[in-house]
Design a protein. Structure first.
Length: 332
């Protein structure tokens, strides 16, 4: 509770040993508070926090055996890279000779073997992030907590560090909990994703299941793009019956766009086809996105750019078609 406001409500979450779990949500969803509860920086008003079956709700953060990586990295600016890595080992009473061995080994592992004598201010953002990650791992904690770990990096560096994080997780096997608002990051890194909204868990599942079978309209819209076909101006056909309290949804990349001609006889039983007018076309490097007006709806279509592909312009009449099996139903 923050005054009369509950930052998280009825939060019940089990994290499996060795998994990479990401807590995903927009600003104000409660994801950071959930991580702070796990880290021991915030105490729950009620309920408990168990690690390895033991209650740690009353245990301060510095007494918990965990590694933490903050978005700001929180490196000691007056210490060299080597001394930053030595610090958590020194606090645990590790002898100097062993500290030196562990530090050199970790520096090599994060590709910073030649940077041990530098100060944090002499490093790039990506290098500082590697130092912070190495410091969180060097004491071999059973749990690793990541708070927006790649948020301060540019896109190319984020993609590089996503690969590095996946590699380190596979190598060290740490139970890892990551908080982010970046959907791509969550999909790339996670074994499971927890989507939060207004202090509560909206849905928890694997990345594939969350993206392909979102339970609610919120999850469908937050995790990627979604065409919500609520009163679209045409009859939506599906292989399954629509459950009560749901609306149809289809992902933009599941829709094919082409010239306005009829489907072949062999496709009629599997696909649905509608005709519309291109409202806008957006070129985004490897992808091309169309906004197509069909009846009272504006549908988004996303296709990978390929040579010889027909390009449609605003005002062109096109046919959209999709597999009926690609329609999903999400709770409103």
């Amino acid at each position: 509770m923050y005054g009369p406001i509950a930052a998280v409500k009825d939060l019940s979450l089990t994290i499996r040993p060795g998994e990479f779990l990401t807590i995903l949500g927009p600003s104000g969803s409660g994801k950071t508070t959930a991580l702070m509860l796990l880290a021991g920086f915030v105490a729950p008003n009620n309920g408990d926090v168990l690690i390895g079956g033991k209650s740690v709700a009353a245990v301060p953060s510095y007494r918990r055996d965990q590694g933490i990586l903050f978005q700001s990295y929180a490196l000691f600016p007056h210490l060299t890279v080597r001394r930053n890595l030595e610090f958590p080992l020194e606090m645990r009473g590790v002898k100097a000779a062993e500290r030196a061995t562990l530090v050199e080994r970790m520096l090599e592992r994060v590709h910073l073997g030649d940077f041990g004598c530098r100060m944090p201010a002499q490093l790039s953002g990506g290098q500082q992030q590697r130092v912070a990650l190495a410091r969180a791992l060097i004491a071999d904690p059973p749990i690793l907590l990541l708070d927006e770990p790649l948020g301060a990096l540019d896109r190319n560096l984020r993609e590089q560090m996503q690969s590095e994080l996946k590699s380190l997780h596979k190598e060290f096997g740490k139970t890892t909990v990551c908080v982010t608002h970046d959907q791509e990051e969550a999909l790339t890194l996670s074994d499971r994703i927890v989507v939060m909204r207004a202090g509560q868990i909206e849905q928890t599942d694997t990345p594939e299941a969350l993206y392909d079978r979102p339970a609610t309209r919120f999850v469908a819209n937050f995790l990627g793009e979604a065409n919500i076909l609520e009163d679209p101006g045409f009859n939506v056909e599906s292989d399954t019956a629509q459950p009560v309290g749901t609306v149809p949804m289809i992902r933009p990349e599941r829709i094919c766009v082409g010239v306005s001609v009829a489907l072949g006889r062999g496709d009629v039983d599997r696909r649905q086809s509608v005709t519309g007018t291109v409202d806008d076309m957006i070129y985004a490097g490897p992808l091309r996105k169309y906004h197509v007006r069909v009846g009272s709806s504006l549908l988004t279509v996303r296709e990978h750019v390929a040579s010889g592909q027909q390009i449609f312009r605003p005002g062109d009449e096109v046919r959209l078609d999709w597999l009926r099996s690609d329609i999903r139903f999400v709770a409103t």
